[in-house]
Design a protein around this ligand. Structure first.
Ligand code: MG
Length: 255
């Protein structure tokens, strides 16, 4: 199922995408299941919003593709032996087609195409073999990063956490199978990143185990799984696209 969060007639709802229509749900499916209302709206008439606004947090994994570790640190750079975790605040989330705003504190902002895991139940100490039980679905993310502040601050909170620095969407796919899927980004239509989800150093079950060993994850919380090589600087007027086979395209202008 493709789960959308959308606005229509001044109302924000969740729904199940069914062809060119959305079947409207009675509430948030991450909390209240898939009870439908007797209502369908044309997909063309709605504004898609970020499919989840995490209640508590976005946990992100840094340096989880070998080629990206190399491009950031040189040929001798070694990936972290355990997942390298950081947070992005829920106030950094924007939806499809919303603008990424470059703040005045930075002059070097980069994109990072990532697979996002959306958590579906309260999750703590989940072993890798049970990870699928707490995953609601998957969507696309762009881990926008102020690269200059990432270097100068040491801590990544500000560099990764500005408002609008976490585009999510367009929808959550509950039946997505990550194995073998391509992950890409395009800047103004030109391909910049083109990798495979198979190239993650720490795979999805291992990430869920590692994250939930540290933090209680709540329904709607999101885990970003790292980015392949090809990151680069963006400027106002650019248009970014993230694409993963089977999950669609997440497009955002830069302002
Ligand atoms: Mg990242």
């Amino acid at each position: 199922m493709k789960i959308a969060r959308f606005s229509h007639d001044d109302r924000i709802s969740y729904g199940i995408v069914d062809g060119t229509e959305i079947v409207v749900l009675d509430g948030d499916p991450m909390f209240s299941g898939f009870e439908t209302l007797d209502e369908r709206v044309p997909l063309a008439d709605v504004t898609l919003l970020a499919p989840s606004i995490p209640r508590s947090k976005i946990v992100a994994v840094g340096k989880n593709y070998r080629d990206h570790v190399t491009e950031m640190g040189g040929a001798d750079a070694q990936p972290p032996t355990e997942p390298l975790l950081f947070f992005k605040p829920n106030t950094s989330v924007i939806g499809p087609n919303n603008p990424i705003i470059i703040p005045p504190q930075t002059s070097e902002v980069s994109y990072e195409a990532e697979l996002a895991i959306v958590i579906g139940s309260v999750a703590k100490n989940v072993p890798a073999r049970d990870a699928h039980k707490v995953i609601f679905g998957y969507t696309l993310a762009n881990d926008i990063t102020a690269r200059d502040l990432q270097r100068s601050d040491g801590q990544w909170a500000r560099a990764k956490g500005f408002d609008s620095f976490c585009p999510l969407g367009p929808v959550i796919e509950t039946e997505f199978e990550p194995a073998g899927k391509r992950i890409m980004s395009r800047l103004n239509g030109e391909t910049r990143q083109d990798g495979s989800l198979d190239d993650m150093i720490h795979d999805i079950p291992a990430i869920v185990e590692y994250v939930t060993a540290a933090f209680t994850m709540l329904p709607g919380d999101v885990i970003l799984t790292g980015t392949p090589a090809g990151v680069g600087t963006i400027a106002s007027g650019d248009v970014l696209e993230v694409e993963i086979e089977g999950l669609g395209i997440l497009s955002n202008p830069v302002a």
